[in-house]
Design a protein around this ligand. Structure first.
Ligand SMILES: O=C[C@H](O)COP(=O)(O)O
Length: 266
């Protein structure tokens, strides 16, 4: 790899999951913006990922107050439009000013039976509409305990990006989220995150090329908070975090974003 880790600007993405109505969303974005002044955004990208029903309200605050944080969605349809009741098109998200969309989160893979093929189709849909897909992968506890976690994640990322051009892959963000660390308070060690993230980067070099692998941002997710984020993003191949629970607390989210930026604390 030719690009130093420091050349990849960290990304902190706050996945709110199914929390907060649109009024609560407005309040949280305003509090985050207050706690995280503009000076941090040279060194870290920050995006919030609210439920669909909050996005228009978040857009209003971000545009109205000219905030530097961006926002996205937690999922999208693989289709553009049509008879897909309950689905949301990437075109709609783009029209609302979304920059990012999470695809293949383990909760979607587990609760909605999303396979690598579906994740790939959604990744393509995101790219088609100019959205940055945050492609999630991660092993369950059984795989971790079997010691096969590196091979499992490499297979999952290859399946989720299969056939994409190097140019398309370079427009994605990858998030390694070990399922056993999500919402459990049981965070992977910084070394665990580095081990898998470096294997993912090597896999990207294989399916794309070295420059794409060196430039792509690979996040870690799973019980990240202000206390552990420094060690995690301090690893060579960890370029930020996909944050769940801690993204719902404005001060903690601002603090961990500032730490990812290299400080000082807000
Ligand atoms: O998308 C975020 C992850 O699922 C992590 O959630 P968590 O930080 O609550 O463990």
């Amino acid at each position: 790899m030719t690009m130093a880790a420091s050349a990849r600007k960290p990304l902190i993405a706050g996945n709110w999951k199914m929390n907060l109505n649109h009024l609560e969303a407005i309040a949280l974005v305003q509090k985050i913006a207050f706690a995280l002044p503009a000076k941090y955004f040279d060194k870290v990208d920050v995006t919030v990922i609210p439920p669909f029903t909050d996005i228009r309200s978040v857009q209003t605050v971000v545009d109205g107050d000219k905030l530097l944080l961006t926002y996205g969605a937690q999922d999208l349809s693989q289709h553009d439009s049509g008879a897909y009741t309950g689905e949301i098109s990437g075109a709609f998200l783009a029209k609302l000013g979304c920059t990012h969309v999470v695809v293949g989160h383990s909760e979607r893979r587990t609760l909605h039976a999303e396979t690598d093929e579906i994740v790939l189709a959604k990744t393509k849909a995101a790219l088609k509409h100019g959205l940055t897909p945050i492609v999630c992968i991660g092993e369950g506890l059984d795989v971790r305990e079997s010691g096969e976690h590196v091979a499992y994640n490499v297979a999952q990322i290859k399946g989720s990006l299969a056939g994409l051009s190097a140019e398309d892959i370079s427009k994605t963000v990858i998030a390694y989220e070990p399922v056993w660390a999500i919402g459990t308070g049981r965070v992977a060690s910084a070394e665990d995150a580095q081990e898998v993230n470096s294997a993912i980067r090597a896999a990207i070099a294989e399916i794309a090329d070295d420059a794409t692998a060196a430039g792509i941002r690979i996040l870690y997710g799973g019980s990240v908070n202000a206390k552990n984020v420094g060690d995690i993003v301090g690893q060579n191949d960890v370029d930020g975090a996909l944050v769940g629970g801690a993204s719902l607390k404005s001060d903690e989210f601002a603090t961990l974003s500032a730490i990812a930026a290299g400080g000082p604390l807000p």
